[in-house]
Design a protein around this ligand. Structure first.
Ligand code: ZN
Length: 463
């Protein structure tokens, strides 16, 4: 990533419809002059361009020589810089005020101006708890995810209704949903005008889930199962291995990192290409969360590079302390003699997922950038999205295609291409400014945000 897109400073320009609606946009227009605008749709560049942002929206983009800058506008000379649209992280978990307080400034300072939360606060809670913040990304949220057998006496439709009545933006489903229940939930969600996204439930084939309208599939879950020539047998074994495991900690190693050999040894090219064709035809997006697979092996495998990452200083100490292999809740049930084997499995899954992404990409399947950043998932908000883009490049996407997974693709998925997802590009790690809802956050302001995140993380008492 660094070598291709990069080496430029850049501006990340906000999704103009932005949730920064919290804060009224500045009364004076802002003109960013002399920039190179790179269109994320095709990578084409427009040099010496000027972008005018008024009342929180981009009102004009054009050649600097021709564009009339509105009287009274604040003009920012951005010669030599590149502009990209605000980035999206399509898989986050923010569950309470403390997490939101850590996440929001770090996301915005890294140019992540939109998130899809995949299990956490409700949209109205995001609005309420975000009120104390100056920097608020756009949030799409599902509240609580739906998983497992139905609670006794509660109809599936009633669960969807209750979430819909609470104002969720979509319905999230998880791996242990029985097939009938999955189909009932998708059907009711459609009636309520909501889409469904999430894990492919193990009991449902990925083809059926795609046909039913599961709009995004997370983590490439169950893909290897679905393209194995021993699919039926492996599915039964997987359901049996997970039955009775009701907590997340209890499930996660078996659900996300089972022994991989049985899946790889019976890979069927014919099944893979039929399934990937279906994803293309149905516009089923994949959110592979590659960085997630990488960091699990790195953190729990005690990789020194992982633990030396300076970005960890932005995180509350009690969070990353709890990530240490010797303290990790995820390894507590694993006897020390078995741990090296578990770590090898995590690394094997990561390598395999890179390969699956490349094969899907060759078949034309669309991707979304999502990280699964959360209090427990070994990642730093914002920074991890840039790492996810690098993972796409590692898998074999071009830098432009990687950038599309966090800009135009999310805008297409969410149906907001008229207000988000395009303008331009460059490497996001060297951000020189962020424009959020028409407000300019210059490098000084961004540094201040990083400093205060670091300071907060260092001084905050562990609850
Ligand atoms: Zn997640």
């Amino acid at each position: 990533m660094k070598h291709h897109i990069a080496a430029f400073s850049l501006f990340v320009l906000a999704c103009p419809f932005n949730a920064a609606a919290q804060q009224p946009p500045p009364s004076l227009p802002l003109a960013v002059a002399g920039v190179t605008v790179i269109d994320v749709r095709d990578g084409s560049r427009t040099r010496h361009a000027t972008i005018v942002i008024d009342a929180g929206r981009i009102t004009a983009v054009g050649a600097s020589a021709l564009l009339r800058i509105p009287p009274g506008a604040r003009v920012l000379n951005a010669r030599g810089k590149y502009v990209i649209p605000g980035l999206w992280d399509l898989h986050t978990h923010i569950q309470n005020q403390r997490e939101l307080d850590v996440f929001f400034p770090l996301l915005v300072a890294h140019g992540i101006l939109g998130i899809r939360d995949t299990g956490g606060l409700l949209p109205r809670e995001f609005r309420e708890l975000g009120k104390r913040h100056q920097y608020v990304p756009h949030v799409v949220a599902c509240g609580t995810a739906v998983d497992g057998p139905a609670p006794a006496g509660v109809a599936d439709a009633a669960i969807v209704d209750s979430l819909a009545d609470q104002g969720v933006d979509y319905i999230k489903v998880l791996s242990m949903l029985p097939r009938e229940r999955f189909l009932a939930i998708v059907a009711r969600a459609k009636q309520r005008g909501l889409h469904v996204a999430g894990h492919v439930p193990i009991a449902v084939t990925a083809a059926e889930a795609s046909d039913a309208g599961l709009r995004t599939m997370e983590h490439l879950d169950e893909i290897l199962l679905n393209i194995s020539s021993r699919e039926t047998e492996l599915r039964a074994a997987r359901l049996a291995a997970l039955s009775g495991r009701t907590t997340f900690v209890d499930q996660v190693l078996i659900q996300a990192f089972p022994p991989i050999e049985p899946f790889l040894s019976d890979w069927s090219d014919a099944k893979a290409s039929a399934l990937f064709k279906k994803f293309v035809a149905n516009h089923t997006w994949q959110t592979p969360t590659l960085e997630l697979y990488r960091v699990w092996g790195a953190a729990l495998g005690d990789d020194p590079l992982f633990w030396k990452n300076p970005n960890l200083a932005f995180m509350p100490k009690d969070w990353h302390d709890s990530w240490r292999p010797e303290r990790s809740q995820f390894l507590s049930g694993v006897p020390p003699s078995e741990r090296p084997g578990v770590i090898l499995r995590m690394k094997a899954w990561y390598r395999s997922q890179l390969d699956v992404v490349l094969r899907m990409h060759a078949a034309g399947v669309g991707f979304l950038a999502g990280t699964d950043v959360s209090q427990w998932n070994f990642m730093v908000p914002g920074a991890s999205l840039h790492d996810e883009l690098a993972r796409f490049v590692e898998a074999g996407l071009s830098p432009l295609e990687a950038l599309q997974t966090a800009t135009i693709n999310p805008a297409q998925y969410l149906g907001i291409t008229d207000s988000a997802g395009t303008i331009a590009i460059a490497n996001a790690k060297r951000i020189s400014a962020v424009v959020l809802g028409g407000r300019l956050l210059d490098r000084t302001e961004l540094n201040r945000m990083f400093d205060s995140a670091r300071q907060r993380a260092a001084t905050e008492a562990t609850p």
